[in-house]
Design a protein around this ligand. Structure first.
Ligand SMILES: [Zn+2]
Length: 254
């Protein structure tokens, strides 16, 4: 199974439009971050988690040509705004299965009504098969068991996903012990870490490191990174041996 980091930036991406911040002006390709998303794939399945505003570009860069399913973590625009760009997949494959919390699916149905409606569709509009994800109910995509991990992002419920020995948790601020027990000692944990300063709905560096110590994965990767966190190279120097700053187009094998 391979994990391809399609995007590792926070909601505005890096560089931020119009910003003269030194990180936004960095020449290091690892300091260029599209909105957060990952592609998890093997010979048997191809799953994309979240579908933000950079989705089209991410699909082109990664050469992802087929998706069995889209898994949504939550409804915020930096995770969902690219949904219209599933069109090429829809033309090739037919209706695209999209998994998410009931609330998230309802939100998307409002915002992308033309994608979700079944009658009088605009010719060329894509279609999806909405599938509800429920807390404590595992589901299967192409024989691969997916374990939803419940968490909160400020006041908002979000889902992370455990796929085999890989765990993807983004936009979390609190995770209950019962959920932590589902992911303990996994091989690879991807966890959001916005910056060093605290934030009302995201882990900062200390909170992310404390969470990693609790989960004890073999390796952890930080994602959803703000330009305020600093340069990729500088952040990496501050981290324990088994913790890495993820960057766009990094691919890992599990
Ligand atoms: Zn986000």
């Amino acid at each position: 199974m391979k994990i391809y980091f399609l995007g590792t930036g926070t909601s505005q991406g890096i560089p931020v439009i119009g910003s003269n911040h030194s990180v936004c002006l960095s020449n290091d390709s690892k300091d260029k971050r599209l909105r957060v998303s990952v592609w998890v794939y093997s010979e048997d399945f191809s799953i994309v988690i979240d579908c933000g505003p950079d989705f089209r570009q991410q699909m082109l860069i990664s050469k992802c040509g087929y998706i069995d399913a889209l898994l949504m973590t939550h409804e915020h625009a930096d995770h969902t705004a690219g949904l219209d760009d599933i069109r090429p997949f829809y033309f090739k494959q037919g209706d695209i299965p999209i998994y998410g919390h009931k609330r998230v699916l309802e939100n998307l149905e409002k915002r992308f009504d033309y994608i979700f409606k079944n009658e009088n569709k605009y010719p060329g509009a894509p279609s999806v098969i909405p599938i509800e994800v429920k807390e404590n109910f595992n589901f299967t995509i192409k024989n691969q068991i997916i374990v939803p991990i419940n968490a909160t992002h400020g006041d908002l419920q979000v889902f992370g996903y455990k796929i085999s020995d890989f765990v993807y948790l983004t936009d979390v601020k609190t995770v209950e012990l019962t959920e932590i027990n589902k992911i303990k000692e996994c091989k690879v944990l991807v966890i959001n870490c916005l910056r060093e300063e605290s934030h009302h709905s995201h882990f900062n560096l200390q909170e992310a490191l404390d969470f990693i110590s609790l989960v004890r994965p073999e390796k952890a990767y930080l994602t959803h990174i703000s330009h305020l966190f600093g340069f990729h190279e500088e952040i990496q120097k501050k981290l324990p041996e088994n913790v890495f700053v993820a960057y766009d187009n990094l691919e890992i094998l599990i």
